[in-house]
Design a protein around this ligand. Structure first.
Ligand code: CA
Length: 233
């Protein structure tokens, strides 16, 4: 007798014992499924926690800015919210130990992107090769969204927010018109450095930390998302 047949007969006897009679075809199927997926019941609560809002507040605000740009007739997309420390290391090397011009002054763990605290918004097809008008419109959209949600945003098109873009502002340098960040991102960086990084773990903020930050920056939106069942914790 083959091992498979022997195994099947053992299972059959087990089922007959369980039901006290020959099982029906439906019972056979459901028992086969249960045998195939013994952990099914354990997987349910785990699957639900996966709905936690994991991107933090800046990705959410970035999406609102993209929508405002589209309303104004300009296509836009988020290029980056999170950027890994490894990618940041590569960018920092440009114009220093690697070829090309310098694109950032931030080393790994020094940019708000490592903490999900910034977005870079660009044109989906033209990327950065757009007119001043495009960036000026983006600046207006950033102001509208910041006001609507009651948050303090900084935009690399006009870092000091005096309405004079970097290109015309003698007090400013390093135009970075795609870049938008939460003004108080350094408090998040310092918190992360003093806890996670100081403990020797080289990891980005996790979903619980990002959700806590979301509630801190966008408390009303957090309540609404919870009410609408979009956050299951
Ligand atoms: Ca300015």
């Amino acid at each position: 007798m083959s091992a498979l047949r022997s195994e099947f007969l053992d299972w059959w006897r087990e089922l007959r014992h369980l039901f006290g009679r020959n099982p029906t075809p439906q019972e056979l199927v459901s028992e086969a499924v249960r045998k195939q997926f013994p952990r099914e019941k354990m997987q349910v609560p785990k699957r639900q926690t996966a709905f936690t809002y994991v991107e933090g507040p800046m990705n959410y605000l970035g999406q609102q800015i993209v929508k405002a740009m589209e309303d104004a007739g300009y296509p836009a997309k988020i290029l980056y919210c999170y950027r890994s420390p490894e990618i940041q290391r590569g960018l920092y090397a440009k114009g220093r130990t690697a070829a090309g011009r310098r694109v950032t002054n931030a080393k790994p763990w020094e940019s708000p992107h490592q903490y999900y605290e910034a977005v870079d918004i660009i044109h989906p097809a033209l990327a950065w090769r757009v007119s001043d008008k495009y960036w000026d419109t983006l600046a207006a959209c950033v102001r509208i969204v910041a006001e609507k949600y009651g948050v303090n945003l900084k935009h690399g098109h006009d870092w000091d927010g005096d309405g004079v873009p970097v290109r015309d502002d003698p007090d400013e340098q390093f135009q970075d018109s795609a870049h938008i960040e939460l003004a108080d991102w350094r408090t998040v960086r310092d918190r992360h450095r003093n806890t996670v990084l100081a403990s020797g773990q080289s990891r980005a903020p996790n979903r619980e930390e990002l959700w806590a930050r979301f509630c801190e920056v966008l408390p009303k939106e957090a309540e609404r998302l919870k009410r609408d069942g979009r956050i299951l914790r």
